[in-house]
Design a protein around this ligand. Structure first.
Ligand code: PEP
Length: 232
């Protein structure tokens, strides 16, 4: 079983949500399909598709205007939440410490955090990919509980560029070893960054890759369904 997780970011309407989820509901697959919607599109109905969110407050409730807690997400039937996406680390200045607190809040509320890690263009160009990813990983993961890690090189997100197969394999081996040394051999690892129907199958078959995190291509069934169908 592979994970195929869609990240809608700040896109979509109730109409486009209806269209995509209707097409996914009818797909026969052995894989776990999750769609991470903007908060406002999560609520409403039983959509018949596993729902994820794109952020979570590290707090349970209280005076945190604009934030959404794990209790609220759990109440809305959310099963997964993306934490530490590069866009949140960059535009909202989320540190590893905050990401770890958010992941811990998710677990406390029976939601599986998908913890994103990746290197910047500068780190890649200066040969620091492995050390940057390892540091971000070990400082962002919670101390216990179920979680997933998504490796998303910053420079690959929304750019149409992807690392080579051997680059992905090397980073995943580093992540796997680091998690194993931390006593965690049970963590699913996803790749994210410019996944499409042409490259999905090849990437998901790389050693240690347990699934995909898909941004732009998850917005429409025309582009998301071929990815889902390309993976056995
Ligand atoms: C993402 O933002 O999580 C992502 C993977 O985006 P894209 O697939 O559009 O590169």
């Amino acid at each position: 079983m592979k994970f195929i997780v869609g990240n809608w970011k700040m896109n979509g309407t109730s109409e486009s949500r209806g269209a995509l989820l209707k097409s996914i509901r009818n797909v026969i697959t052995n894989n776990k399909i999750v769609v991470c919607l903007p908060f406002i599109l999560i609520c409403g109905n039983d959509f018949g598709v596993t729902l994820g969110a794109q952020d979570i407050s590290e707090h349970d409730n209280g005076a945190y205007t604009g934030d959404i807690s794990g209790q609220m997400l759990n109440d809305a039937n959310v099963k997964y939440v993306i934490v530490g996406h590069s866009e949140r680390r960059t535009y909202h200045h989320e540190t590893n410490e905050i990401v770890r607190a958010k992941a811990t809040a998710a677990i406390k509320n029976k939601i599986v955090p998908i913890i994103c890690v990746g290197e910047s263009t500068e780190e890649k160009n200066s040969g620091r990919t492995m050390s940057a990813v390892k540091k971000m990983l070990l400082e962002s993961i919670p101390l216990s509980g179920e979680f997933i890690v998504a490796y998303e090189p910053y420079w690959a997100i929304g750019s149409g560029k992807t690392p080579s197969g051997s680059e992905i394999a090397d980073v995943f081996e580093t992540i796997r070893k680091a998690l194993s040394n931390a006593g965690r051999d049970d963590v699913a690892l996803l790749y994210g960054g410019s996944v499409n129907a042409t490259n999905a199958k090849e990437i998901v078959n790389i050693k240690n890759v347990d699934g995909l995190l898909v941004g732009g291509a998850s917005l429409k069934s025309d582009t998301f369904l071929p990815i889902i169908k390309s993976i056995d």
